[in-house]
Design a protein around this ligand. Structure first.
Ligand SMILES: [Zn+2]
Length: 257
């Protein structure tokens, strides 16, 4: 009887403590585009919500992003308004609990895109977790300094307890030369999502010099259709000894932060 009670109390005790999960990030296999989710115990933080298809789930019924995030708060940070970065915002509103927009795109948008963005209400509270920290290092270009649409990309670094990931959207080399300077004043970054899906216009040597602790890079792209990641980017990373994982080969890629 005493043993039974010990088991019973151990069972009740274990049930009364919510499971603690170390924060992790998932770079979803969504074809070419961007949808990245940082998962903590109480909130899913999405960086863009785009791609060619919903996060790949093979023959399973429930998309894995729902398995991870349907019982958590959800917020999204948007790099810019290209459709491969925002296409599934409507789906997110229909399926993700209390989804709000913590960082709307900064680029000029047509009416269709504005309507899509407006479906997601703005977040009115600070990030409801201390497990991770989101730092934005987007440069504020003056009008004459802009050289193209991708210069509007918002750049985020997400710090977990042990590792950080840099998500540069579709930012290109001359912008990297500006915002990469800020990385020297921040704690080191270990994980890089290759900018602009691994295009040769991004992941410059200037940026890589600002990432001396980089351990791994990920390309959310499709080689056969778009030619990304570009062999030049692959070679630049290889010269630094940094492996490049591709979502089209590895599927959804999860890394602990
Ligand atoms: Zn893009």
């Amino acid at each position: 009887m005493r043993i039974f009670l010990i088991f019973l109390s151990a069972f009740i005790f274990s049930r009364s403590i919510a499971p603690e999960v170390q924060p992790f990030v998932v770079i979803w296999n969504i074809g070419q585009g961007q949808w990245i989710t940082v998962v903590t115990n109480n909130v899913c933080i999405h960086f863009d919500m785009g791609g060619e298809w919903l996060p790949n789930y093979g023959n399973r019924r429930t998309p894995p992003v729902l398995k991870l995030c349907s019982d958590k708060l959800n917020r999204v940070y948007l790099s810019h308004s290209d459709m491969d970065h925002i296409k599934f915002l409507s789906w997110g509103m229909d399926h993700l609990l209390q989804l709000c927009d913590a960082a709307p795109p900064l680029d000029p948008m047509n009416a269709r895109k504005r309507a899509l963005i407006a479906k997601v209400p703005r977040c009115h509270s600070p990030l409801p977790t201390r497990e991770v920290k989101v730092v934005e290092i987007t440069p504020r270009f003056k009008t004459h300094e802009f050289s193209g649409h991708n210069d509007f990309s918002r750049i985020f670094v997400i710090y977990g307890p042990y590792r950080a990931i840099l998500i540069p959207g579709d930012s290109e080399a001359h912008a990297e030369a500006v915002w990469s300077k800020r990385l020297y004043n921040l704690p080191p970054v270990q994980i890089l999502v290759a900018g602009h899906h691994g295009s040769k216009t991004s992941t410059s040597e200037t940026l890589l010099r600002a990432l001396p602790n980089l351990q791994i890079a990920v390309a959310s792209a499709r080689k056969a259709r778009y030619g990304h990641p570009d062999p030049i980017v692959v070679a630049r990373l290889r010269a630094d000894g940094v492996p490049l994982l591709r979502t089209e080969i590895w599927g959804n890629i999860a890394l602990q932060l």
